[in-house]
Ligand binder design. Sequence first.
Ligand code: V1P
Ligand code: CA
Ligand code: ZN
Length: 396
Amino acid sequence: SPSCADDKKRRVCYYYDPGIAHIKFSDDHVMVPARVAMAHSLVGVYGMLGDMRRLRTRPATEAEIRRFHSPEYVDLLRDLTPESYANDAALRQKAEHDHGIGLLGGDDDCPAFDRLWKYCRGYAGGSLAAARALVDGASDIAINWSGGMHHACAGKASGFCYVNDIVLAINELLDSFRRVIYVDIDAHHGDGVQNAFLDSNRVMTLSFHRYGKIALRKDFFPGSGAINEVGVGAGEHYSVNVPLDAGVRDDGYHTLFKPIVGKAMEVFQPEAIVLQCGADSLSGDRLGGMELSVRGHAECVSFLRGFNLPLLLVGGGGYTINHVASTWCYETAVAVGKERELPDDIEIPRHGYEMLYKNQGNKLHYQTSTATARKKSSNMEVTKGKVLEHLSQIEL
Ligand code: V1P
Ligand code: CA
Ligand code: ZN
């Protein structure tokens, strides 16, 4: 079982492709891949690049992506450009109606932007390389902050996700490990990963997410992830969902996270862990509406690190980009065991992006909104009870 203060060092490897700095969904899209470049710069200025092995940057091959995604969809992703989308009516029809990809510059979640295929191959290659570093035993923890695209389906893009690097990485881990647990702390439900392993008893998917109505006829995206979604067939009980209300803070979150994840580890006995660290569950996010602090979010990473199993860390959502970069930098420090050495009494050092942290007082650990005293939702105890009850039905 995990200990809170764990001084044991871990061998950590890290994937980063500098090309990510130049990828844009559109001029005003909320998903900004360059936040990963910001996180990387922070990791560098805090002196952590020497504490990790740098993974070779090989883009995923078409064949590797076809291991999960459908032939027609991969053909489309490969051949799609903003030009072909705009000029080829048949292609556009297919992209939009069958595969969830919209016009560049429109208000679509998944636009056909320039270098889309390169971007997908890049982040998927990172998660695959990370999984392989764990399989071959070269590393204890492997990090790919550009991955974590948990909504992508076999034949369809969804919620800013085109290729599901998490599913590809888990499949890679399954070649060597008997059971893999997937934990998802993004504010949104990890539907793409859950669906890919819905009937499997070798992968447990466990998502914490905001859930429910946000307007009269509108659910918080993607709308799935109710507590009674528990998997099907051989996978019954192996899909676990923890729906939350808006405004959840560190204390409330961890009254659920630790007992539930702890119980899941106990009943499922996994041999490897994949943690999706979507940073839109942080306070002040443009989309998430939750209230976690950087330390509260990172507590999830240190809790899972404490189990001493091969651990794959991927990114995910996160739309207030300075918060995202601060968090993934701090979580990199947690991975290498240096979080107590990161100074918070001095301002973020100069590194080229320092001006982007003004809104958070130029400190890694920014203040969460405490202005509105929220009533502690009594549903949370009910939710905890129900989820623990589901988990207790598992017999390996
Ligand atoms: O609500 C929707 C649309 C409306 N429906 C037709 C679907 N989309 C959301 C998508 C959120 C995706 C989250 C991804 C992740 O889990 C993993 C990377 O974090 C959406 C929202 C919103 N407020 O929920 N899209 C947008 N906002 C959006 C905003 C600006 C430009 C493009 C999309
Ligand atoms: Ca989630
Ligand atoms: Zn999200």
